[in-house]
Design a protein around this ligand. Structure first.
Ligand SMILES: Nc1ncnc2c1ncn2[C@@H]1O[C@H](COP(=O)(O)OP(=O)(O)OP(=O)(O)O)[C@@H](O)[C@H]1O
Ligand SMILES: [Mg+2]
Length: 440
């Protein structure tokens, strides 16, 4: 085997493609065809389809195994005719050359554009100065690309799983955030009845000693009857004094104060019951859920939002069958819609109309407001997570995206129509039978 003059190789810098480079000693232009043929037989280059021809670091071209076979070894007298000729006679002077710092994907693209089928040559790798570094095997690049695609697919799958998990977390955290708002609203709601309950109780307590004294004075008068005059006069005086401080007619007022108090206490109990319904953070589906009951509960809980602008609520409830759903979640949907509607009303003639009707196996709930409406270019975006037109700190932009997730998880649909300056209507359609086996 003839020995070729060794060519000093520039060290391959670390990089994407660098890992795949075979630092093959190149042929020189002085090599003969015979010597090139012998190089191809060396085990070290067994996997290579072509060998580079390099002079003082510069790549002149490549000679391929295929060319040698076809033009020399498989031709009659080919060996005799060509063996002593310089290898440059069979050289491809325009081989595929790729810079060592290329990304595998870029190398793959170049290979795809340049190399034809069947693949008969590999590619030459050069450094930044254009000097020869080594050879790259086309198949190695294809394998590396395949591995990378597999890796990307796995990354995408795991990103998808993480996204799904964080979506569920978002539903929970939005729920907690709205629970916070709800508690603040409820505190406000409870404060009003609590104020007059306290006031009434204080009044009753203040009057009670005088009432007790009056009763005792009457008892004194009764005891003194038939006794001596001085005792009778004393008892009568005590009764007069007591009556001056407490007119028995006040008892009627006290009774109505206590009635009001009882009413206030019932109101507070109702609010607390709504809170208990809402705060069941369970997602369990229940059968036979009365949507009208859920609407009333959402209106009670969101009451403070409506009273802020004295918004009127109009109910047009149709005949709808009980629905299979997760009541706490549907409550969340209704609260979000009512909250959005109330926030969209910027005048003091606000009306929110809530209509229900049955249609083809679905229970439909429409929430319509006469607020500022949604411009046509904004409407397609309102269900996107984090889309909000509200000032920073006021809206998270999650309300509607969560409504949509919940409704879709129930096998239902939610849609909006709006006319700017006139109002907006959201329609939620829930399948009466629920979605079999689905969990939100
Ligand atoms: N009834 C409505 N009238 C007018 N615009 C609305 C109405 N409902 C929703 N929008 C528009 O859709 C956007 C997105 O609503 P979404 O409930 O998702 O988020 P948000 O209300 O901005 O924030 P958050 O619900 O977190 O407080 C709102 O910013 C608003 O521009
Ligand atoms: Mg909202």
């Amino acid at each position: 085997m003839s020995s070729l003059p060794p060519v000093a190789l520039a060290p391959a810098p670390p990089g994407d493609l660098a890992a795949l480079i075979a630092p093959v000693p190149p042929l020189t232009p002085a090599c003969t065809v015979q010597q090139a043929g012998e190089r191809f037989l060396e085990p070290a280059v067994a996997g290579l389809l072509s060998l580079p021809i390099v002079e003082r670091g510069r790549v002149l071209g490549c000679v391929t195994r295929h060319e040698l076979m076809m033009r020399v070894y498989m031709q009659p007298y080919g060996r005799e005719l060509h063996a002593r000729r310089p290898v440059t006679a069979l050289m491809n002077a325009a081989p595929l050359v790729i810079a060592v710092d290329s990304a595998i994907e870029a190398a793959g693209q170049l290979i795809g554009a340049r190399i034809q089928s069947p693949i008969t040559e590999d590619f030459v790798v050069t450094d930044a100065a254009g000097d020869y570094v080594g050879m790259g095997v086309v198949l190695d690049v294809l394998r590396a690309l395949e591995a990378r695609v597999g890796e990307h697919t796995r990354e995408l799958e795991s990103a998808y799983r993480r996204l799904k998990a964080s979506q569920n977390q978002l539903i929970q955290s939005e729920k907690l955030a709205s629970l916070g708002q709800l508690v603040a609203g409820l505190a406000h709601e409870i404060n009003t009845p609590l104020g007059y309950v306290q006031n009434n109780v204080e009044m009753v307590r203040n009057h009670l000693p005088a009432a007790a004294e009056t009763l005792a004075a009457y008892a004194g008068v009764l005891d003194a009857a038939g006794g001596d005059d001085a005792t009778a006069a004393q008892s009568a005086q005590r009764l007069d004094d007591a009556l001056a401080a407490f007119d028995p007619a006040l008892c009627g007022d006290l009774a109505s104060l206590l009635d009001d108090t009882l009413h206030g206490v019932h109101q507070i109990a109702d609010l607390v019951a709504s809170l208990k319904d809402y705060s069941r953070i369970d997602q369990a589906r229940s059968e036979n859920v009365d949507l009208h009951g859920l609407i009333e509960s959402a209106l009670r809980i969101g009451g403070h939002l409506l009273r802020r602008r004295d918004v009127q609520v109009r109910r047009q409830f149709g005949e709808i069958a009980p629905v299979t759903c997760a009541p706490a979640q549907i409550n969340q949907v209704l609260l979000n819609l009512i909250g959005n509607a109330a926030q969209a009303i910027e005048h003091d003639r606000g009306i929110i109309a809530i209509r229900t009707q049955a249609s083809g196996g679905y229970a439909m709930i429409a929430v319509q407001d006469n607020g500022k409406g949604i411009p046509p270019d904004v409407l397609p975006r309102i269900f996107e997570p984090f889309f909000t037109t509200k000032p920073v700190g006021q809206g998270t932009g999650l309300g509607l995206s969560i409504c949509q997730q919940i409704v879709q998880a129930h096998g239902g649909r939610i849609a909006a129509t709006s006319t700017p300056g006139v109002g907006t209507r959201f329609v939620v359609a829930l399948p009466v039978a629920g979605r079999s086996g689905a969990r939100a």
